[in-house]
Write a protein that binds this ligand. Structure first.
Ligand code: EPZ
Length: 419
């Protein structure tokens, strides 16, 4: 298994190009199952989760042709597809559950493995199943699989989600696209990746409109061929902004509209970063002294993203006083804390709140990755640690960050990937 060796501390300077968004590409790739016309998707990130989704689409019978750099996919579903999604594929990437909505909407039946949990939480899919049931899907759970069917086309209806859920919102929008009649979804998640998905679908003739957390979908009989460029990855952009802030760095994050992560950038300004934003670029300069901030909390978009929590915690360790952050989205998303403590962090966990002592002098150590975002916080800490750190099991990182070591090397980090 690959690992990273990082020699710190590094002075960060230069320019970073942000890759396509993983969490936008996944629902858009799943959405191609709704089509019987060729679709071209551009700016896919070269990360493991996208490879998994493409393998899943191919296992369902989709004809997927990738460009040599794997950033462009031409997907052709003109022939009838299979509707079985195996455990072996679904277990490696929970986002596979997003093929449920399209398969039931288009083929009226599917057998798909339950995604199971992961390190950050149980990750149930009850909101997905309840919403699809209201649209007319009938299902039973058997041997870890969802056996679902509908008697013909799904029927538009009004659905109010009990809790805001990114995946449940996406699965319901995908299912409602081809339903008979109009569907109104209330209490939706409004992450930018979901808007990217609805922009993609509307570019193919879907009829989807938004008003705050209400999404209206007027069912259509079929979708037209289209070509679409996926948005840039806001979590990757946010992660590099934290790298600049924690290391007194000086970075230009190019080809990214900083207004999308205004909440996180406003927070970094409170930590002391100097930030200039336009729709194409973020210029960020880290402060000599990082201010401490109490009572940060992760929330659904447009609040502070849970996918930025572990990165912000590294910043809090280096602040000039005590800070705290509360994780409100996932029940077990502090896997990085034990590892940060091995680098010298003083963090106290009380339920879902982390109280972080500042002035930490990180010293390099051997570390273990756990989930995708926790792993990147270990890279951030290693960058500002004195001496050498080795980070094991970086396949977690490869799932969501495209060749992060190349991008880090270019901005001054002494990092090597060891096979
Ligand atoms: C998406 O996960 C993202 N994944 C996650 O990013 C992200 O952290 C999360 O949204 C929150 O923003 C993708 O887009 C592929 P949710 P998702 O449904 O859809 C509970 C990363 O690092 N819940 O909004 O699974 C759930 O357990 C990943 O790229 C139910 O109880 O998130 C969680 O506590 C990690 N029942 C909360 O809601 C359900 O049916 C929010 O989950 C669905 C969710």
């Amino acid at each position: 298994m690959d690992k990273f060796s990082i020699e710190g501390p590094s002075r960060i300077k230069g320019k970073v190009k942000i890759s396509g968004s993983k969490n936008s590409s996944l629902p858009i790739l799943a959405a191609t199952l709704l089509f019987n016309q060729p679709v071209i998707i551009k700016n896919l990130p070269k990360v493991e989760d996208i490879n998994t989704m493409i393998s899943l689409l191919r296992s369902l019978g989709s004809k997927v042709t990738l460009s040599s750099n794997r950033r462009i996919a031409k997907i052709d579903n003109q022939k009838k597809l299979k509707t079985f999604a195996s455990y072996s594929l679904v277990k490696t990437m929970r986002g596979s559950i997003l093929v449920l909505g399209p398969l039931i909407a288009k083929y009226f039946k599917t057998k798909i493995s339950l995604p199971g949990g992961c390190l950050i939480g149980a990750r149930p899919i009850n909101y997905h199943l309840d919403a699809l049931k209201k649209l007319g899907m009938k299902y039973i759970l058997k041997d870890g699989y969802i056996l679902a069917r509908s008697s013909g086309k799904l029927k538009g209806t009004i659905i109010k989600f009990p809790k805001i859920s990114v995946g449940a919102t996406e699965n319901s929008i995908l299912a409602a696209c081809l339903a008979n009649g109009t569907t109104v979804l209330k209490n939706c998640a409004t992450e930018p990746e979901i808007k990217d998905l609805t922009n993609f679908l509307n570019s193919a003739g879907a009829k989807i409109s938004w008003k705050g957390r209400v999404c209206k979908i007027i069912g259509v009989t079929s979708l037209n061929k289209t070509e679409y460029t996926v948005m840039a990855d806001r979590i990757e952009a946010g992660t590099f902004c934290v790298i600049a802030t924690v290391s007194r760095g000086n970075l230009d994050i190019v080809n990214f509209d900083g207004r999308i992560i205004k909440t996180e950038l406003d927070l970094l300004k409170k930590f002391g970063a100097k930030i200039k934003v336009n729709k194409k670029k973020i210029s960020i300069k880290g402060p000599e002294n990082i201010k401490s901030i109490k009572n940060i909390k992760t929330e659904e978009y447009p609040g502070v993203s849970t996918d930025m929590q572990s990165q912000l915690m590294v910043l809090m360790c280096k602040a000039n006083g005590k800070s705290s952050i509360t994780e409100n989205i996932f029940e077990n998303r502090f896997m990085h804390v034990a590892e940060l403590r091995r680098l010298g962090a003083k963090i106290n966990i009380v339920k879902n709140k982390a109280i972080v002592e500042g002035h930490t002098k990180f010293v390099g150590a051997e570390l273990m990755s756990s989930d995708l975002r926790a792993s990147v916080s270990l890279v951030l800490a290693a960058i500002v640690s004195k001496g050498k750190s080795v980070i094991n099991r970086i396949y977690h990182l490869d799932r969501g960050y495209e060749k992060i070591e190349n991008k880090l090397k270019k901005i001054g980090v002494k990092i090597k990937r060891l096979k």
